[in-house]
Design a protein around this ligand. Structure first.
Ligand code: G3P
Length: 218
C-alpha cells in the first residue's frame, strides 16, 4: 500500500519523508490556502518545492471547471515537474479533460469521488488515480469504506489500472481498513500516519527493556 500525505505543509512533508515511508503527496486548493500559498507563481513554486522533498507523485489540482481551462492549467502544472499528477474534479468537463490528458500521457487524479459510478467513469477516461473521500462520507452517516470496497470490486472485475487513492482519511483505523480492502494508496494527515505507531504495550515494553538494561549496565 502506498502512503501519501495530504497536506501542503512543507515541514510535515519533510517529517514524513524522513521516516522513509512516504510515497507521494496530495494537495487541494483548501490545503494550499491553509498554508497561505496564493498567486499563480507562488502556487507553482510551492508544487516544485514539494516535488523536491519527495520522490513520488504530487497531486496538483486545477481550479477551472471548463474543459479548455482545465487543459490549459493541467498542461502548465504537468510541465512544472515530472512528479506532478493533475488533479481534476469528477464533473463532465473533468472527465473530458482526463480523457484528453490520458491521450497526452499526462497523469491524473480524479477527485471528489463519492459514488462507485463516478469512479467507474474516471477509470473509463483513463485516470491514473481515483480519490474517494472516505471521511467526508462518514461525516454524513454514510459508510465510506463501503465505497472503497465497491470500487475495488468494479476495478478488479474489469482489470482497470486506475489506482484507488483512499482520501479524506481521518484516523489510523481508516488506513488499516483501507489496507484490508485493498486500496492501492491512502492519503491522510501526518497525525493519522504516525498514530499507526502507537500501542501502550510497546511503550510499557520499551520502558521495561531500557530499565532492565540500565540495571545491569551501571
Ligand atoms: O485531498 C482531499 C481529501 O483528502 C480531503 O480530506 O479531510 O478535507 O475531507 P478532508
Amino acid at each position: 500500500m502506498k502512503f501519501f500525505i495530504d497536506t501542503a505543509n512543507l515541514e510535515q512533508i519533510r517529517e514524513a519523508q524522513d521516516m522513509g515511508i512516504l510515497d507521494g503527496v496530495t494537495t487541494n486548493p483548501s490545503l494550499m490556502a491553509k498554508e497561505g500559498i496564493s498567486g499563480d507563481a507562488k502556487v507553482k513554486q510551492h508544487y516544485i518545492d514539494i516535488c523536491n522533498i519527495v520522490d513520488g507523485d504530487v497531486s496538483a489540482e486545477v481550479i477551472s471547471t471548463d474543459f479548455e481551462g482545465m487543459v490549459r492549467e493541467g498542461e502548465a502544472l504537468a510541465a512544472l515537474h515530472e512528479q506532478i499528477v493533475v488533479k481534476v474534479p469528477i464533473i463532465k468537463e473533468g472527465i473530458k479533460a482526463i480523457k484528453y490528458f490520458t491521450t497526452k500521457g499526462i497523469r491524473t487524479n480524479c477527485t471528489l469521488i463519492f459514488s462507485a459510478g463516478q469512479a467507474l467513469l474516471a477509470a473509463k477516461a483513463g485516470a491514473t488515480y481515483v480519490s474517494p473521500f472516505l471521511g467526508r462520507l462518514d461525516d454524513v452517516s454514510t459508510d465510506g469504506l463501503n465505497l472503497i470496497d465497491e470500487i475495488r470490486t468494479i476495478y478488479d472485475n474489469y482489470f482497470y489500472e486506475t489506482e484507488i487513492l483512499a482520501a479524506s482519511i481521518r484516523h489510523p483505523m481508516h488506513i488499516i481498513d483501507c489496507a484490508k480492502i485493498g486500496a492501492d494508496v491512502m492519503t491522510g494527515p501526518l497525525s493519522a500516519i504516525t498514530a499507526l505507531l502507537n500501542h501502550p504495550l510497546t511503550d510499557i515494553g520499551l520502558a521495561k527493556f531500557l530499565e532492565d538494561h540500565a540495571k545491569t549496565n551501571k
